[in-house]
Design a binder for this molecule. Structure first.
Ligand code: SPV
Ligand code: MG
Length: 577
């Protein structure tokens, strides 16, 4: 179900009257369930109108007794209960925003009809058309069927009762004259029209199963005279199923203001379904039937499944993505200042490095934080985060620590190096990225020399992109082709800042590659001398080599890594500013 076209009853009900008052010839298409309702509501073509290009759509939806019954596998003889019809009506109303005209069959007796009017009006239906036959009626299109007409006085009284019960002035009751269907003369039809108009009906439908339109055109001519005599202006409705050569334009010129295509979606669906079923039987597989079928994805799009997918992805990205900070290693540079404490406890302007990180994460609504501790773990403290331990932190790389939090990765995660600080906007932007694997990459690396003794994770992006002024690039082009600390800084386009986001799918691919590499390889691997010291960037490079799409989110400065005393001073300066 798509929520795009939903509309409240009071917003819809008056739409039909408004179209008629605007002098429009209302083009109506049948629907028999939610999906056909969406088609009737939204399908459009561009056409020509007096040399001008116009977008053509249907104006309203016909909820047909014939097709509602047939879609339930039943004949059109008022055997489908009103409750069942009302279920279909609501199903269509739920996914459309155009006015609906309901085929009310005979309307039952006057009491039943009052309830029908009340329920349809409340639901937001714009009009009901009832036919002047005796309950239970027979469909009008089949030749040789006994058609029993209701006494016009009895039918006129049913109209009065219906009109007296409706609450709004917007709801319309239209009388359908079946004289021509029942083989009665034109006079009978005209007589009935006069009586129903006098009873207060809002419009007349003249029905015919003739191959040519002569009789309805004659009726239309004489109907104008009746209206003139009664000083009324009430719309005339036709259903050109059998006399289908005549155009809307001609019908409009003859005085018809509502034209109903009453059964075409169901009939075309039936033909197409039968053809598909036979094709599968013939070929004993479905390959040949495929060209007869709409792609699944188009159905998904039509019924709103793709919207749901997108919303789920957005939710997944913005709510509670776990953040994993591998912080187990010992930092030789700060050994003295830290005095046995882990680097995360480094004081920067009166606050620990970790608290600075937690603050930035919480500013981006990221509250599920897991830190992997190792060296100096007992002196590690921070509020509201989970701490896991990597007892083997002396062996292996930061990737081993990251993998301690494997359990947190199942629905996607963010990985943050423990020694970087950044401006808030970087994380907010990262949570909005739609790709499955996104590395945050700084493009300012090209403007400065690598610092002595520091290890930098460099990136080379697809197309060897070097920033130019004012340029729009599409996200899908933001692909990483190479990553690692052995890349020549001269050829690198970006530096990986130690912040990455992996979606559920991205995390699955990441773990799958990791497990496979550990199982099947020994010795040197990517940039590492041995598989046991495999790094995060090695694994990412391996994923790229295996064909997984690794994207980058480009930033320009706005972050710091704390590798020496100078960096601390710089960070302090930034925070005090
Ligand atoms: C319907 O669509 O159910 C109608 C029109 O009532 S007809 O089938 O032509 O009678
Ligand atoms: Mg009908």
């Amino acid at each position: 179900m798509t929520l795009l076209n939903t509309i409240l009853p009071e917003q819809r009900r008056g739409k039909l009257k408004a179209l008629l008052e605007d002098g429009k010839t209302v083009r109506v298409l049948e629907a028999h369930n939610g999906l056909s309702g969406i088609i009737a509501n939204t399908v459009e073509v561009t056409g020509d109108s007096g040399g001008k290009t116009v977008v053509r759509q249907f104006d309203a939806i016909w909820e047909s007794s014939l097709t509602d019954s047939a879609s339930k596998g039943h004949p059109d003889i008022e055997v489908i209960t009103f409750d069942s019809r009302f279920h279909t009506i609501n199903e269509i109303l739920m996914v459309t925003d155009k006015p609906m005209i309901v085929d009310g069959d005979t309307g039952g007796d006057a009491n039943t009809f009052e309830y029908t009017v009340s329920k349809l009006e409340r639901a937001g239906v714009s009009a009901v058309i009832i036919e002047d036959k005796v309950f239970p009626k027979r469909n009008s299109l089949e030749a040789g069927v006994q058609q029993n007409l209701q006494e016009p006085e009895v039918f006129a009284q049913k109209i009065r009762r219906g009109k007296s019960i409706q609450k709004s002035s917007e709801f319309m009751i239209i009388a359908r004259i079946e004289s021509l269907i029942a083989g009665k003369p034109m006079e009978d039809a005209l007589d009935r029209a006069t009586q129903y108009l006098k009873a207060g009906v809002d419009g007349i439908m003249i029905h015919s199963k003739s191959k040519n339109p002569d009789e309805i055109l004659e009726f239309a001519k004489k109907y104008k005279i009746i209206l003139k005599n009664l000083k009324l202006d009430k719309p005339l409705v036709c259903v050109p199923t059998t006399y289908n050569l005549i155009t809307e334009y001609e019908l409009s010129a003859a005085g018809f203001s509502i034209v109903i295509y009453a059964n075409h979606l169901l009939r075309s669906a039936y033909q197409s379904m039968t053809e598909t079923a036979k094709t599968i039987l013939r070929d004993q597989r479905s390959l040949e039937a495929d060209p007869l079928c709409t792609p699944v994805r188009e159905i998904f799009k039509t019924v709103g499944f793709l919207d749901v997918k997108e919303k789920d992805q957005q939710d997944e990205q913005t709510t509670n993505t776990p953040v994993i900070i591998p912080a187990a290693g010992e930092d030789p540079v700060f050994k003295k200042i830290l005095n046995g404490k882990p680097k995360a406890m480094l004081d920067i302007g009166g606050k620990t490095l970790l608290d600075h990180q937690i603050q930035t994460l919480s500013n981006a609504n990221l509250a599920d934080i897991t830190l992997i501790a190792g060296y100096g773990k007992d002196s590690l403290h921070a509020e509201g985060i989970q701490i896991l331990e990597n007892p083997d932190y002396k062996k292996g790389s930061m990737l081993n620590s990251l993998m301690v939090a494997k359990e947190k990765m199942a629905n996607g995660f963010i990985m943050l190096y423990s020694d970087i600080l950044m401006e808030d906007h970087i994380l907010s932007k990262l949570t909005e990225c739609k790709e499955d694997i996104v590395l945050v990459a700084d493009n300012s690396t090209q403007y400065h020399q690598p610092e002595e003794g520091n290890i930098h994770d460099y990136i080379i992006t697809k197309n060897h992109y070097k920033p130019k002024r004012r340029e729009i690039r599409f996200i899908s082009e933001n692909m990483v082709t190479k990553i690692g600390n052995k890349i020549n800084p001269e050829t690198a386009t970006h530096e990986f800042i130690g912040l990455a986001r992996l979606s559920k799918t991205g995390a699955e691919q990441f773990l799958e590659t990791y497990n496979d590499v550990l199982k099947n390889f020994t010795g040197p691997f990517q940039e590492s001398e041995d598989i046991s010291t495999l790094t995060f960037t090695d694994l990412i490079q391996e994923m790229i080599d295996r064909g997984f799409a690794v994207h980058y989110m480009e930033i320009h400065k706005g972050w710091l890594e704390i590798h020496n005393a100078e960096h601390i001073a710089l960070a302090q300066k930034s925070f005090s500013a």
